[in-house]
Design a protein around this ligand. Structure first.
Ligand SMILES: [Zn+2]
Length: 421
């Protein structure tokens, strides 16, 4: 169940920020404001690893404080932003390592790397350095929000984001962190993406709808499987909270697919969207790439699962166009085989079906995303996980020395001993 009590929501989101590794126990603060103008904010100097509900502080409109601690020292910028931007009802400020890397170099993460990050994070500005907790810093930040920005990079400090609620503010912060990590990883691969702008647009077609009847046991099981694997991908940092499209085919040929704009950490079986004969389950919105994936299923009836995602390490190769060789360790080659690339246009017009197959189950879609296929949901997930972890290893190996790829003879030996699809 989602929290509606403001103090409970603050506790839920600050736990998420902290345990996602987006801030330290002593750094960062978040708040939300209710209809009466009461601000619920994290406390000052209390361990973020062990917060409880009665640690959250309420600050009334007249400035009186209710709670057993002092409110965060950054209360001035929170209250200033709420005064100047009545549409903003929640603020997240944190010191994620990748975002701090940009803050200390006084640069802004390129938010135009993918259609997803561009959509989420384009409304971004910067602010000059000032002492944490000072009125001056409060005014500097609030001025940027007053101009209409929703994300403000703070020189030599971090970032602060505002949203209509804490879920939105959190997802903005996390998307910014993903953009920052993708760009840093591409730099490690030897490619600067500072000026790069995606040209890709993903517009789902208008679709007829149908009313879904009673669900078979198979459908119920696969709906739960999609939720479990999406949560796992999110927990392992392979996807961010709003990306990753997982599609699974049922025995009758209909497809179950992830919904657009719903948190991957808390999907429920009823959030999953069924597509039958090209029609969309009534009252639900599938991920915008659903029609592209349907055309792949048409050409490849042997596929059970397709997983499209933007994992931050392999995206360094996807975005920079650098070759990615899966002949790293036998286990990576066994799962990934010889990876091919395809242009985004091939994903959009369905000709990617000519590239992806049972012998090429992993495709890098140039400048956009990765796509894995599997004969079960777990196998497609496994491929995505191996792909992302292998990319992480390659980026680390580049700092150590030359990579000794496994040879053609060794690959032949693997093929003789480990079946592919
Ligand atoms: Zn701070």
């Amino acid at each position: 169940m989602k929290n509606t009590n403001p103090a409970e929501k603050v506790l839920e989101i600050i736990n998420r920020v902290y345990y996602r590794g987006l801030t330290t126990t002593s750094g960062g603060n978040i708040s939300t404001i209710d209809e009466e103008g009461n601000i619920y904010i994290t406390p000052s100097a209390i361990d973020k690893g062990r917060l409880t509900l009665d640690d959250i502080i309420k600050v009334r409109p007249d400035g009186t404080v209710e709670g057993k601690h002092k409110p965060s020292c950054e209360l001035p910028f929170h209250s200033n932003v709420y005064k100047l931007r009545p549409d903003i009802k929640a603020i997240v400020h944190a010191h994620a390592p990748a975002i701090v890397a940009f803050a200390v170099t006084r640069t802004i993460p390129n938010v135009h790397l993918t259609s997803h990050t561009e959509k989420m994070c384009s409304n971004i500005s910067t602010s000059a350095y000032s002492l944490p907790g000072s009125l001056k810093l409060g005014n500097i930040i609030a001025e940027e929000f007053k101009k209409g920005y929703d994300i403000v990079m703070m020189d030599s400090h971090g970032a602060v984001v505002g949203g209509k609620d804490l879920d939105e503010a959190y997802s903005l912060y996390e998307s910014l962190d993903f953009a920052a990590r993708m760009q840093i990883n591409a730099n490690t691969a030897g490619c600067s993406l500072a000026e790069y702008r995606t040209k890709n647009k993903i517009e789902p077609p208008a679709a007829k709808t149908f009313v879904n009847g009673s669900q078979s046991e198979e459908e119920q099981k696969q709906r739960q499987e999609i939720c479990d694997l999406c949560k796992r991908s999110y927990t392992l940092n392979i996807t961010s909270c709003l990306d990753g499209t997982l599609a699974v085919k049922l025995e009758d040929g209909s497809i179950l697919i992830t919904p657009a704009g719903k948190d991957r950490n808390s999907l429920t079986p009823e959030d999953i969207v069924k597509i039958k004969d090209g029609q969309v389950e009534e009252g639900k919105t599938p991920d915008p790439t659903y029609a592209m994936l349907l055309s792949i299923y048409e050409k490849h009836p042997e596929f059970n699962t397709l997983y499209l995602a933007y994992p931050p390490h392999i995206m360094a190769f996807v975005l920079s166009g650098k070759n990615f060789n899966a002949r790293l360790i036998p286990e990576s080659y066994i799962m990934l085989r010889d990876i091919k690339t395809a242009p985004f246009s091939a994903l959009a017009d369905g000709t990617i079906s000519e590239t992806i197959s049972t012998t090429v189950p992993v495709v890098l879609v140039e400048k956009e995303c990765v796509l894995t296929a599997g004969k079960t949901p777990l196998q497609a997930f496994d491929r995505l996980e191996v792909l992302e972890y292998s990319a992480n290893s390659v980026l680390s190996a580049l700092k150590l020395g030359n990579i000794a790829s496994i040879t053609d003879a060794e690959v032949k030996e693997i093929n003789e001993n480990f079946q592919g699809w």
